[in-house]
Design a protein around this ligand. Sequence first.
Ligand code: KIV
Length: 276
Amino acid sequence: MSTERPPVVKRKTVRDIGLSKGATPLVCLTAYTAPVAQILDDEVDLLLVGDSLGMVIYGFDSTLPVTLRMMVDHGAAVVRATRRACIVVDLPFGSYQIGPEQAFQAAHAILAETSAGAVKLEGGAEMAPTVRFLVERGVPVMGHVGLMPQHARVLGGFRAQGREAAEAERIAADARAIADAGAFSVVIEGVAEPLARRITADIAIPTIGIGASAACDGQILVTDDLVGLFQDFTPRFVKRYATIGEAIGSAAARYAEDVRNRSFPGPEHVFRPKAG
Ligand code: KIV
């Protein structure tokens, strides 16, 4: 019997993430399922169980129909499958906008039922009191400003934000308010480089960019975009590192051909009767 113990692996905490401001850029991706989370765990600092799962996994045309139950179930699967990455779970639309008490109840469900490290919520200065309320009661919060998918109807769709001076001022003030309220990091989505650079210099917590340039303290992408699995639409800011969707299509086509011409299953794939 081997007496060797498996190496102790320490999961990254929100404190580790917060302390990495200005250091090597933080590597973040989304994960929604156990097998994908397990593959990504060794490569990233942080995995976000994003409410983008509504579009990517469930086929909705926005993130609005995503429920707290979905976030809890996917969050728990991702935590179970990982050992290293800091796991953050999105608060879904409608679970926190009514007020701080409602937000605390939703965050409690997520942290208690998934063991994730933190929750993320979208919003600027108007959400700062909620962020403060959560943090003061032990809930680590990641903010999300700029292009906020839960606000797409108000923002006029999924379009870049802060390209005009007044809008840029508002987004910079939003990021500051969220940082001042105690968030440990903030996602900045869909803004031009000068604004991302300015916010990153202006606030003491790490900025995680998506479509916000290399000026941020870290980057996040939707994994299904990165590997070419989500094929409805590829935003300009996505770099595709693999073509998994094509690989799945081609595997299914070869399987279909083998089934139809009876070359699958072959003798190596079938059980034999016991001899005698
Ligand atoms: O829901 C999500 O996946 C996100 C990221 C794109 C930042 O919020």
